[in-house]
Every structure is written in C-alpha cells, then in structure tokens.
Design a protein around this ligand. Structure first.
Ligand SMILES: NC(=O)c1ccc[n+]([C@@H]2O[C@H](COP(=O)([O-])OP(=O)(O)OC[C@H]3O[C@@H](n4cnc5c(N)ncnc54)[C@H](OP(=O)(O)O)[C@@H]3O)[C@@H](O)[C@H]2O)c1
Length: 324
C-alpha cells in the first residue's frame, strides 16, 4: 500500500474505505465490509460517530487484528466529532466513545466533521431546519479546536483534520491553531474539483482527502437535487473508461490519486471495493486524459448541507461563504 507523507511526518495510505452507509446499508453490512476490505489490503478506514456504526466496525477491527490480517500500526483509522458535541468537554466524551466503540487506544486522525454546531436527526428530510442553528463563528470553532488539540496532548489522537471548510474559514482559524490540521476532508470528484480550495490546501501543506469520490451515486435522497450531475455518467469519464476498459468509477479514483488527493470510496460490493483498491496497479491516465477531466469540472456540489442552514441564511451557498 503506497502512502503519502503528511507534514507532521506521519504517513497515510493513498486510498481509503468510507463507512457512511448512506442510510441504505445496515451497520452490520458496513462493518462486515470493513473486515473484507482489510483482508483485501485497505489500511485507511474513514469512520465518524454520526454514521452510527463504530461499535460494529470496532468488532471487526479487533477481529482483523486477532485473525492476523493486519496490525494496529499498519492501520490508519480516522473518526470525526459530530456537530452536537461541540460544547465544553464534549469533544473528549465523543472521542472516548469512538475509541471505546472502535476498540482502539488511539485514532490516527480526528476531524471536526462540520464547522458549526448545527444538528439534524438522522434520516430527516432535506427541508428540515434546526431552530438553534447558527452560522460559523471563529471563536466557537477555536474552542472546539482547543479540545481537539488536548486529545493530541493526551495521546488519544495522533493528528487532527478539518472537514467541510472554505478558504474564508481556514484563513480565519489557521493562524489561531496551536496544532495545525494535517488534512482537510472535502467533496472532490470530477464534477466538483474545488481547484481554489485544493490549491490553497496544497500551499498550506494540508493534505486534501476527497469524499464522495465517485459522486456518491447511492447518497440519501435528502442530499439529491434535480440539478445534480451524475459523475459516472459524464461523457468525458465514460469515454476514458471505455478506452481503459474499466468502470467509470475507476477513472474517478485514478484521477483523484494522480491529482494528489486521497479518495475514500465506499462500497459493500467485494468486486467494487477490490477494483477500487487495485485501480493504481492499472495503466495511469495520460496527461491528455487528466486535462480532459480538469476541463470537465461542473462546479456541482452534491453535499450542499442545506439541513445545517440557520434562520436568515439565504440558501445553502451561505454555508460555503459563497465560494461555490
Ligand atoms: N466529511 C464528510 O462530511 C463526508 C461526507 C460524505 C462522505 N464522507 C466519507 O466519504 C465516503 C465516501 O463517500 P460516499 O460513500 O458518499 O460516496 P462514493 O464513495 O462516491 O460513492 C459510493 C457508491 O459508489 C458506488 N461504487 C463504489 N465503487 C464502485 C465501483 N467500483 N463500480 C461502480 N460503482 C461503485 C456504489 O454505489 P452503488 O451502491 O449504487 O453500487 C457506492 O455505494 C463515505 O463513506 C464517508 O466515509 C465524508
């Protein structure tokens, strides 16, 4: 498994396995898939407390280690603190629960999942609004980050990451971080390449980790609108896939890895997750193919986060500082 070096000296696998079951797959299915994925060679597993399956995944992580498939040191396990655990002392509680559920002594990386405390019930409709929802506040965010930093000092977490940020938000908080984030989770796929944010991260030595790398074809209905692009149906992706004799999903992942981000695709289908992992062992995309994909960017955000809107927000663009 090839790895990328992070600025703090840690190494992270160049591809990982997502664990958000999109409300369509059971927790047992996802956990069982994690065991299969580790057997297939995955080492980076992207977890989060809100996915509700960390306890099941923990059983299989322990089993994979006990069965000799992998050692703890070879694994790179991430988790994320959810929006309803931003209060004083809550981050430690949330991290402790994730560690207990995942049956681990430490996490390799811990993320703030979203940069505000807004919450919604799992499975709610896209038009659900939390009456307590608030816009981003730099001081509130830094108070959460201080709790994250404490987890590193305590040895519970090896590195920190942010997620769903914008350049505007990063500019306001990075100068205040005592421990800087080594990675940013952001939506990245051929229809939503976020070149400005991507370049900003590279300039700051922050590793982009791309979620929904295949365009999340099985995402929940609440995250789907009529303007959304189906990434694996983009003509440019289909054409390149045909010429390589692979599924369009594989083109998305090859593009991601060659560009430099770490994709974390999800699939419960063994053939799919094995071919996703092995996509780097097949001939690379040519410079012309990479350029064709760059030029095909649709600036189409799929995970808009509209359920996090606060009273007075015009629309979901406000969540993203109107950067897209
Ligand atoms: N930080 C955040 O806020 C955030 C947000 C979203 C996601 N994430 C993370 O990112 C991970 C990935 O995102 P995602 O699961 O939404 O989207 P994704 O990986 O882009 O899409 C997953 C879907 O792609 C299809 N697929 C996967 N491999 C395939 C292959 N080789 N051939 C054909 N189809 C294939 C499967 O769809 P079918 O089941 O329809 O075949 C699968 O359910 C999540 O699991 C989660 O860990 C993080």
């Amino acid at each position: 498994m090839e790895r990328r070096k992070l600025f703090n000296g840690m190494e992270i696998p160049h591809i990982g396995m997502g664990t958000f079951g999109s409300d369509r797959f059971t927790h047992d299915q996802v956990a069982d898939t994690v065991y299969g994925a580790i057997g297939a060679g995955y080492r980076l597993i992207d977890c989060a407390s809100i996915y509700g399956n960390e306890d099941k995944i923990g059983m299989y992580l322990e089993k994979a280690i006990d069965d000799g498939l992998v050692t703890r040191e070879e694994l790179f396990i991430t988790s994320k603190v959810w929006n309803d655990m931003h209060g004083r002392g809550d981050v430690l509680l949330s991290c402790a629960k994730s560690l207990r559920d995942l049956r681990l002594d430490y996490l390799d990386m811990y993320f703030i999942h979203w940069p505000f405390p807004n919450n919604h019930n799992p499975g709610c409709d896209g038009d659900f609004r939390d009456s307590d929802a608030k816009p981003f506040d730099k001081n509130d965010f830094i108070a959460v980050w201080r709790q994250m930093e404490k987890l590193v000092y305590m040895g519970l977490v090896r590195s920190l990451g942010m997620s769903n940020m914008t350049i505007t938000k990063l500019e306001s908080v990075l100068p205040l971080c005592r421990i800087r984030p080594v990675a940013l989770q952001m939506e990245l796929h051929p229809a939503f390449q976020q070149p400005e944010l991507y370049d900003y991260c590279i300039k700051k030595s922050i590793q982009p980790i791309g979620f929904c790398p295949i365009g999340s074809p099985s995402r929940p209905d609440r995250d789907t609108t009529s303007e959304d692009i189906s990434v694996i149906e983009m003509p440019e992706i289909i054409e390149i896939a045909k010429s390589h004799g692979v599924h369009p999903a594989i083109v998305c992942l090859k593009w991601a890895i060659q560009r430099g981000q770490i994709p974390i695709p999800f699939s419960v289908d063994e053939m799919e997750y094995v071919s996703n992992l092995q996509c780097v062992d097949t001939p690379p995309l040519s410079i012309e193919e990479m350029t064709k994909i760059t030029n095909a960017d649709k600036r189409c955000r799929l995970i808009k986060g509209q359920v996090f809107m606060w009273e007075g927000a015009k629309d979901w663009h406000d969540l993203w500082d109107n950067e897209i």
